[in-house]
Design a protein around this ligand. Sequence first.
Ligand code: PAN
Ligand code: ZN
Length: 209
Amino acid sequence: MNGGCGIMEGFSEAMPTLSLNLRRYLLKPTTRENVVKLSDMREFFADRDAVERVLSRRDPKIYEYREFTPGEGPGHLSVGITVIYPGKVGREYYMTRGHFHLKDTAEYYYCIAGRGILLLQSRSGEVACAELRAGTIAYIPPGWGHRAVNVGRGRLAFLYVYSSDSGHDYGVIKEKGFARIVVEERGRPKLVDNPRYARRPPRRKEEDK
Ligand code: PAN
Ligand code: ZN
């Protein structure tokens, strides 16, 4: 983190800050960086044949995220930036894997650029969604699984803030998927039922990111 300079020079009280480059979507410093390729999330797309067809030729980057967690222990907030590339696997748009938090903690997504859909799903199977456009702030309430989908022609970038000790459960989504998926139909995004979605109550799994 920056220690402060200029006007703050000489102030021992100067709080360290982070910087976000809005053109290159770079956050500095980071404590965690992750690039997710199709081979890392083959079970998360509904059309498995389409996944294997793409993977037989190449392994595209689907999204990446950079994050800063200020410290260990309870009470901290993590901040990060996720960039989802444009593209589709079969008819389904590129997206994040999606997860539930292990603790009942909420999260904010602030969309910086692009066009997206935030899919939300409660543990009891209720579904909701929100449109993401530059300037939108979407709230993910405690207990709701969440996945961001890029339905635009360019990159979808959003800043996120959540409680650092939330934990991430990917197991339920990997096993059952989301009840709805976002596919392209006649050139436009459409929310449809996920043919692979298993209609039984999800189990909690201890799996972190
Ligand atoms: C975000 C997500 C990030 C990547 O930081 O973790 O966008 O998505 P997946 O974790 O689903 O791969 C967040 O929601 N954190 O809690
Ligand atoms: Zn989250």
